[in-house]
Design a protein around this ligand. Structure first.
Ligand SMILES: *Cc1c(COP(=O)(O)O)cnc(C)c1O
Length: 396
């Protein structure tokens, strides 16, 4: 290493960055829409900051590619979409009594209702706001999480129909969520399809005429056409990841991973054999070697469970984290190879330039690709590529 080798670097690059390929996101949305049966529409799920990719740019790109709906978990996320200028249909489904229900009704959000308490709050908010609340009734068809149990469904449906008659609400949707769609053939899938068909029939017999009935997440969108109904709620596949190895690879469905996580090496140095590496000395250099320091740690979402195991592309080869992942950094043993400080380390990306994928990190850490991308921390700047401003809309 000498000073000449650093000539030409601007010194402006962040040590660690997530490049977000919005052209790939748009192409993923289009590829998913081509699979839809019976004229179903697509909801791009942008909760949790767009699965870590940045909610607003991803929401905008998904709209540009024809997402008729956006999906959020919390009303706060949905309201942030409105604050950024999104005027299309938005459903949010994770409610507590504090809402904010009235703000959601005033912002024209579709709000999910899983029980009488939530219906009453939606009705109260509608009266206070002097308008009709759009509500979607959620059935628990077997996931055991949110949604009304089959035993409570007829009463919820009847109460919603009565509220509709007063003009306080309009029931725009009936919906549910699958437990095991990422394990195609799992026996619970058939049971949930049947339970959902029954919930829809009960609601329709009670006089409800929803715009949309929906059940499918990404794995059901990719593997179970009979679950498409009027709308699919795709999250992870929009970001180019497959829900599971059993479902397939992204390429099987024409999907391309949207995020590439890369770092500039913060240190490269020769060390003797027998040198301990990182906290706890869980790695010791087998002989004299070169160590490279990657400025990415568990505060950035690099899983500590991938200590000694996580894959990374450095100096043209796939290598493995040496020793523990720390809060801000980890070390890679370059063996007989060399690199220079500032050289690139790619933690994951689409995988077609030899770099690992988020799925590879998931396997190394005993988790799922969803968690790998979603946990990328706030210290990591998201750098957007392929931005297409929409005419007349504020740039977010
Ligand atoms: C997160 C979520 C989705 C999206 O699931 P993916 O598997 O990422 O497509 C759909 N519906 C609900 C209710 C969710 O919470």
């Amino acid at each position: 290493m000498n000073d000449h080798s650093l000539a030409g670097r601007t010194g402006e690059g962040p040590p660690l960055r997530a490049d977000i390929d919005l052209a790939a996101l748009r192409s993923n949305v289009r590829a998913l829409r081509r699979r839809l049966t019976g004229g179903a529409a697509l909801m791009a799920v942008v909760k949790a900051d767009g699965y870590g990719h940045g909610m607003l740019p991803c929401a905008r790109a998904a709209r540009q590619a024809g997402a008729a709906w956006l999906g959020a978990a919390t009303p706060q996320e949905a309201l942030a979409l409105r604050a950024a200028g999104d005027t299309g249909r938005v459903l949010c489904w994770l409610w507590t009594p504090d809402g904010p229900w009235r703000a959601a009704v005033e912002a024209d959000l579709d709000v999910s209702v899983s029980g009488r308490w939530a219906l009453e709050l939606a009705v109260g908010a509608a009266r206070a706001a002097g308008r009709t609340a759009r509500v979607q009734l959620k059935a628990d068809t077997g996931l055991g999480r949110n949604g009304a149990q089959p035993a409570d469904w007829p009463e919820l449906v009847a109460a919603a129909r009565a509220a509709e008659a007063t003009g306080a609400v309009r029931v725009t949707g009936l919906w549910s969520h699958l437990a095991c769609a990422d394990e195609p053939g799992h026996p619970s899938i058939r049971r949930q399809l049947a339970s959902f068909a029954e919930a829809v029939a009960v609601a329709e017999r009670a006089g409800l005429r929803p715009e949309v009935r929906h059940l499918a997440n990404s794995p059901a969108t990719l593997t179970l056409p009979e679950a498409h109904y009027d709308l699919v709620r795709t999250g992870v596949s929009v970001y180019g990841l497959s829900p599971s190895a059993e479902v397939g690879t992204p390429e099987d469905f024409g999907l391309r991973p949207v995020m590439t996580l890369r770092a500039a090496l913060a240190q490269v140095k020769r060390v003797p054999g027998g040198h301990g590496v990182s906290y706890g000395h869980h790695y010791t250099t087998p002989g004299a070697t070169t160590l490279a320091l990657v400025p990415a740690g568990y505060a950035d979402g690099v899983p500590r469970h991938a200590s000694g195991n996580g894959p990374v592309l450095v100096a043209g080869k796939l290598r493995t984290v040496a020793g523990r992942v720390a809060m801000d950094q980890f070390v890679v043993d370059l063996g007989g190879d060399t690199a220079e400080v500032g050289d690139e380390a790619v933690l994951f990306g689409p995988g077609d330039r030899g770099e690992p994928t988020a799925e590879d990190w998931a396997r190394a850490a005993g988790t799922i690709g969803y968690e790998i991308v979603t946990r990328i921390g706030p210290r990591v700047p998201r750098i957007y590529h392929g931005v297409e401003p929409s005419p007349g809309e504020p740039v977010v």
